[in-house]
Design a protein around this ligand. Sequence first.
Ligand SMILES: [Zn+2]
Length: 206
Amino acid sequence: MHHIPSLVPKIFHQMVWHFSREQNNIYLTFDDGPVPGVTDFVLEELGLRNMKATFFMVGDNVRKFPDLARKVVEEGHGLGNHTFSHMNGFQNSAERYLNDIACCQREIIRATGENPLIFRPPYGKITKKQFQLTAKKYKLIMWDVISGDYDQHQSPQKCLKKSIKYSQNGSIVLFHDQQKTEAVIRAVLPEYLDYIKRSGFQTCIL
Ligand SMILES: [Zn+2]
């Protein structure tokens, strides 16, 4: 369940993979939105249970759907930067990478007025140089529970079971609010959130 991207150990330890195991806080995160339909569904399900989450947004989606980005903030959720074009760090120079992050940040500020200082690299792929430059401004947030909601070979039931099994105090849980994961999110999220609530976890934003 611990999905470890191929990272240099030195930067691996400077990223945030989870929080204190002593407190019953859990950190739900949704990557790649905002996307009409699926993001609305996630907001609805969180709202029904009075839960909070953090959305790592793709700048191009914020540009296309600024009202939806604003709705996320208005409902009290956290925001993070996930690059403008969902850029793969391993396939791009540090300069291009930093520029893509800056573009995303501009769209987020324009749409929401927020200036988030957290970043998650798409695919978990970031070079040492890109990391060092990005870390000057942003805290890099990874995850310790990967739902696998994007995995076409995994049934929604398996996704739910695994997400429940590995969620613990301080966990950062990775979901996606995008088109490819919409069916799985609709099938899995309500039951997963009910489990989190039943188990006494507090949902926190980053
Ligand atoms: Zn992503």
